[in-house]
Ligand binder design. Structure first.
Ligand code: PBG
Length: 327
């Protein structure tokens, strides 16, 4: 039936009608908040490139989690930041590594929180690469054992799940095998499956202390012109045993989220990355956009595209917004 019998605007006339007809909803339970742990005590180091985000010493991290949990956010993604760099990236997998210490403290103070450890070497290598380099390129097969070692040490320290972010071939099956051998059959793998070589990671490099990294990662992260390849990566990670998969970044890749959502059955997470965060925050500071409105619009768009889970630095702010809306 055409206009005038059909009037699409009827259902947009009041807020309660708009809410009634919403196709997509957000829940803080499906947000994951990234945290950056640093050595020391009582430290809260502002990350200049990400206003409002801090590197926290473990004592402060544990305190911050009270608010996170009170807002209904039940999962975090943990990164370690350290000055200690080494050719063999030992800081990534030693028992007293910063992430391992933080995991033990957090699981003790907040046992019900789902704690996921980012599994990568880039915060720990001399050159800031995600693996060990041979003949000028990151050597896939030589790096895998160190990634596995990192994942196992994180599981040993209490991580509920590990999130390999290095985009190495075979990383998921290697980690699964390593975890199982170490008795960690119940620890899950959230694979950064479709991770694109993106300009939007810029601010993260300061956050994670990999700012000394000057090279590009286009030899292992994906070309942003490719969509089919993203689906292929996700399918192969699921086949290797990934329990959840991730698309990263989120906003310039909503089509990839949709395609992957349609192609696989495991939960799909999208990483609303540092550049996406900082552009909104700084754009709002410059008076160009309304911070809250832009934040919520982008989070809804990521969910609408098909993400089940959103990893975002906005998690607490968005949870507060949802609470204020009575949602
Ligand atoms: C690598 C890693 C990166 C991010 C998460 N894990 C950076 C990169 O691949 O260069 C980016 C996250 C963000 O930008 O918020 N371990």
């Amino acid at each position: 039936m055409p206009y005038p019998a059909v009037r699409h605007r009827r259902l947009r006339l009041t807020e309660s009608l708009r809410v009634l007809c919403r196709e997509t909803s957000l829940s803080p339970a499906q947000f994951i908040l990234p945290y950056f742990a640093v050595p020391g005590k009582n430290r809260k180091v502002p990350i200049v490139s990400m206003p409002g985000v801090f590197q926290l010493s473990i004592d402060n991290l544990v305190k911050a989690l009270d608010k996170t949990a009170a807002l209904g956010i039940r999962s975090i993604l943990l990164f370690g930041v350290t000055e200690k760099k080494a050719a063999n990236a030992c800081g990534a997998y030693e028992k007293e590594g910063i992430v391992q210490q933080a995991l033990r403290a957090v699981k003790k103070s907040h046992p019900h929180l789902t704690v996921i450890a980012d599994t990568c070497l880039c915060e720990y290598t001399l050159d800031g690469h995600c693996g060990i380099r041979k003949n000028g390129i990151v050597d896939n097969d030589a790096s895998l054992p160190l990634i596995v070692r990192t994942a196992v040490s994180q599981a040993d320290a209490g991580a509920d799940g590990v999130a390999p972010s290095c985009m190495f071939d075979g990383m998921v099956s290697a980690i699964r095998e390593g975890l199982d051998k170490a008795g960690h059959q119940n620890k899950f793998i959230l694979a950064y499956s479709a991770k694109y070589a993106s300009a939007f990671y810029g601010p993260f490099r300061e956050a994670a202390g990999s700012g000394h990294f000057k090279d590009h990662r286009r030899d292992h992260q994906m070309d942003y012109a490719n969509a089919r390849e993203g689906v292929k990566e996700a399918l192969s990670d699921v086949e290797e045993g990934a329990d959840m998969i991730m698309v990263k970044p989120a906003l310039a890749y909503l089509d990839i989220i949709s395609r992957i959502r349609a192609a696989i059955d495991v939960p799909v997470a999208a990483y609303n990355v540092s550049g996406e965060y900082s552009l909104i925050v700084c754009g709002a500071k410059a008076g160009l956009v309304d911070r809250t409105a832009a934040m919520m619009e982008t989070l809804y768009s990521i969910k609408r595209a098909g993400a089940d889970i959103i990893i975002t630095y906005f998690a607490e702010e968005a949870a507060e917004w949802l609470k204020n809306q009575g949602q």
